[in-house]
Design a protein around this ligand. Structure first.
Ligand code: XMP
Length: 322
């Protein structure tokens, strides 16, 4: 890979911020740039670095893909207003669901349903509207490394797999934190004054809840996984785990409810111990916690009749299911 990791031991935060604001200014020149904020730690750090470097010449957008978690859009806009960053919300819900319609293959979902809509449609349109030539984004070292290794097509990695964004989409992509892994990005977030709700926030993938719906991603199926996610996040927030999630399976299974057969949905819960997402082990959750999750998921999420817990390590599992 043509990028070298800066490890935690070698990271001088003051110096890194100075270098990257300089890098962003040099790359953008006197022009305007855009960036997309998801509320996660990577894009939050890039938003603050970009605003330090460019001030109002950076236009920040939150793309509402219809695939986000409960309350995520409003929380992010409100938080960044406190940092003096105006976040423009782009309602792209229909665009994503139309692109995802009928897709069931994971890589096709990622490429055609997510990547192309973000980069060819939405960002290209924002670039045109604002007159910008550059997109700033929070690709990190693990994203680039895994995509390069052919493990998974991360939605935001191009150069490492031979795609020139300028040629493919008509604009340049600048990646200020591509040398850092998650722990270093969290340290940077704290140093920049971001609250623990952002700096310590469990990772959440760019394809959002689409990474947690096996099979076709429809508004109805995303709604199910969104409700399940809210329950899993509430119940596991105190575990201190690296990441925890609900996954909606494609297959239905026979259950029984109120004395009648119910051919219902299956939710898989995953909870991971990891430092950088490159490898991970399942958290040894107390059985009571698992039972509470099962009770809540089957009673509060429509149609769910089965809840399972993944006890596999990564590898051979991945953290996300899609
Ligand atoms: P996997 O599923 O590959 O996940 O073991 C490793 C870490 O990356 C996150 N992830 C993504 N992040 N775009 C992202 O920005 C993606 O396409 C993507 N896929 C997975 C995942 O949540 C985990 O933290």
């Amino acid at each position: 890979m043509n990028v070298e990791e800066i490890t935690m031991e070698n990271l001088n935060l003051d110096q890194f911020i100075a270098d990257q604001t300089e890098n962003i200014r040099a790359q953008v020149g006197g022009e305007v740039a855009i960036n997309a904020l998801s509320g996660g730690v990577d894009s939050a750090v890039v938003t603050l670095l970009g605003h330090r470097a460019l001030g109002d010449r950076l236009k920040t957008y939150f793309v509402d893909s219809g695939l986000m978690r409960e309350g995520e859009v409003e929380q992010t806009v409100t938080l960044f207003a406190e940092f003096g960053v105006e976040v423009h919300v782009v309602d792209a819900r229909d665009e994503f669901f139309v692109a995802l319609r009928g897709l069931t293959d994971p890589e096709e979902k990622r490429e055609k349903g997510i990547t192309e809509v973000f980069y060819k449609d939405i960002f290209a349109r924002l670039i045109k509207e604002t007159g910008a030539r550059v997109l700033l984004q929070g690709t990190n070292y693990t994203d680039a490394e895994e995509t390069k290794a052919g493990i998974k097509r991360q939605h935001n990695v191009f150069e490492q797999i031979g795609i020139d964004p300028q040629e493919a989409f008509g604009y340049r992509v600048v990646e200020p934190i591509i040398e850092l892994r998650k722990p270093a990005i969290r340290a940077l977030a704290r140093f920049l004054g971001l609250p623990p709700a952002v700096s310590d926030r469990p990772p959440f993938p760019g394809p959002a809840l689409a990474a947690r719906v096996i099979g076709e991603v429809t508004p109805e199926r995303v709604d199910i996984v969104r409700r399940a996610t809210a329950i899993v996040e509430a119940e596991l927030a105190d575990t201190g785990a690296f990441q925890y999630m609900a996954i909606l399976h494609e297959d239905r299974v026979t259950g029984v409810r109120d004395g009648e057969r119910d051919f219902g949905l299956q939710i898989e819960v995953r909870c991971w111990e990891s430092t950088d997402a490159a490898t991970a082990t399942p958290t040894e959750l107390p059985f009571d916690t698992l039972r509470t999750l099962a009770d809540r998921l089957t009673s509060e999420v429509p149609d769910v009749v089965s809840v399972t817990y993944n006890v596999t390590t990564k590898p051979p599992s991945c953290i996300e299911a899609v």
